[in-house]
Design a protein around this ligand. Sequence first.
Ligand SMILES: *Cc1c(COP(=O)(O)O)cnc(C)c1O
Length: 388
Amino acid sequence: MPTTYKLPCEKFKGIKTPFYYYDTRLLQDTIDAVKEEIQNRNGYHVHYAVKACAHPDVLRLIQEAGLGADCVSGGEIQASLDAGFPGDRIVYAGVGKSDWEIELGLQAGIRYFNVESVAELEVINEIAAEMDLMARVSFRINPDVGAHTHANITTGLAENKFGIAMDQMETVIRKAQEMTHTTFVGLHFHIGSQILEMDDFIALAHRINELQDRLEAQGIGPVQHINVGGGLGIDYAQPNENPIPNFKAYFEAYEKYLKLRPGQELHFELGRAIVGQCGSLITKCLYVKQTEHKQFAIVDAGMTDLIRPALYNARHCIENLVSKEEVQTYDVVGPICESSDVFAYDCLLPATKRGDLLAIRSAGAYGQIMASQYNCRPLPAGYLDKDL
Ligand SMILES: *Cc1c(COP(=O)(O)O)cnc(C)c1O
């Protein structure tokens, strides 16, 4: 590994815990790794999935690096505009777009709406007509491709709520082409998240090839762009060894298996892979509690600050930032009144005592943004290196 990204532990002293820390050097290096892969490939565009982390400074940095923004709500469109993303670098998906969100997207001149139902298409056409604008629409197709990941984060199976069924594809496209205020511009897919098996992306590529052939046989297309969504995973077990995901393998899989038509653009929507490893949740040990069977390290962060362990059974690497004692075994738990408020079972940590700072690693994606105020807790702050 060429570089290490050390946490500036000294600078954490005196800051109210729990809080999120974002390493912008790692974020920049991650973005550079993405850009290196797409620069040599024609027509590749990456939109950062804002829902992974919408910290304004993180968004600004990604915007300045030239990536686009993939939004799933009006609030995210607004956050992207505030961070300086021009409308034509914003794309917008979501099964339940409200009228005001569609209006905001149209006003901002977003690149396209990823439309998920006929009902939504009709409303977009109506609102665009009222505003005397043309809406660029792309259809999110449910490819019925499974992903080897947690059931709560697969999205591309026929049973999921997302997208339009493949057998309706031609009907909705023709409908959009006949409408007065929509322009059909592409196809969109997204099969899930935290995917580490390239075979899942390859299966999607094969499915898209079939669908493109089918459309062209019926005189539709080739469509202007194909959007394959996001989903590339990160190494939660070894954040120090693998700070930057294997973008090479990811983009190569699509390059090799997806048959792009001449002039066709290929869009990606990566969230976790871009911001996941650069963020850590910094927390303080409040108490160590021994019971007959267990030793608990009770920390001041809880599932309200980082819900992934409770929601997805996710396991994050935890480090004690100060202790150099012999290793012991702990269940690391939060203060919330829920039994699922556990960050780790049987975690090996150097002997930990009250006041020690701990880092819950790989928390940059779906961390701070999913925080809640359950138990009337304050929301955790987020700091970049420059803030400390
Ligand atoms: C969540 C989401 C993404 C990003 O997923 P990651 O796993 O974070 O890369 C991309 N596209 C859509 C439509 C999404 O809902």
